[in-house]
Design a protein around this ligand. Sequence first.
Ligand code: UT7
Length: 331
Amino acid sequence: MHGRFTIEGFGRHVPERVLTNADLEAIVDTSDDWITTRTGIKERHIAAPGETSSDLAVVAARNALAQAGRTAQDLTHIFYATFTPDAVCPPASSILQEKLGIQGRSAVDMNAACSGFLYALEAGMGALALRPGSTALITASEITTCRTNWADRGTCVLFGDGAGAVILSDKEPKPGQAVIKDIITKSDGSLWPLLTVKAGGSGWPLKLGEQVKEDYFIEMNGPEVYKNAVRSMGQVCEEIVTRNGLAMDDVDLFIPHQANLRIIEAVGKRLKFTGDRVMVTVDRYGNTSAASVAIALSDAVSEGRVKSGSTVLLTTFGGGFTWGAAILKFI
Ligand code: UT7
């Protein structure tokens, strides 16, 4: 479908502090049993006070650069997916560029909620097509806990913090690297009210001295998001697999957005992925939004879940709604 784009290296980073379901029992009216049976989540990593999205991204980026055998000096572009940047302005991508010790490169933040990593990957492919020989850092990094309402048990048990990163180029791939066979991104704005973080945006400005209210935090119609996530990820996976002349049997590893184990299993059932063919990290990280698929991809590589010749199917879903899928082939 597309030209040849190579993922040269994979990286991820999560904060040190772990928040278990037992810890949450002390914060809200919930239980380890409810969280485990409804979501599959056992624990999540959460940022220390003052730890920012770009603090996580810089470590994930350095890990990806090291795996690629590259230095930050090689980067021409940064595409940074997040809905929790360090600040509204400057962009977190500019702060990240400074932390990486480089200057004068293209750097942009992108917000496609939980689908941001695939959108950033597609944008990176576009930049490489326009400027052959470029090398892009594609990162997704979230401090979801800065927008978590710890009084809302329906959402606060679900999310975690973390970052993932890949290095993208148009160079000939080497063993251990992956080529992007195809990518699809989609959105349906008619359903935006089902998953929001409103206050602080221009439609819901905060006034000096005003207390933040519930709409400053993640608000969600869980069951509706659940249904749409299963349907949309299922459909887009069928579309990308079919248009590449493949069958689901040709996919060696399925890496879906890590929001809820029941969603992962429902999409897996529709597409007939079970057991070892499904990457699950939600138990240990919770939902890290845009970073979720990027972290799971990095863990799949470091845990030896992919080998030479593996075909990997990624899919994601998030606020907007936004969703997408990508097919990678490992060399
Ligand atoms: O990244 C994309 C964004 N998010 C998602 O993909 C999440 C999608 N949605 C979900 O994963 C699920 O809908 C949830 C995990 C959020 C909720 O699971 P559910 O099976 O849809 O539960 P529910 O919302 O229908 O709530 C069932 C019950 C309610 O009690 P009543 O009204 O039946 O008495 C809730 O108040 O569970 C209660 N409940 C809880 N109980 C204990 C909700 N949250 C909790 C909690 N602990 N943390």
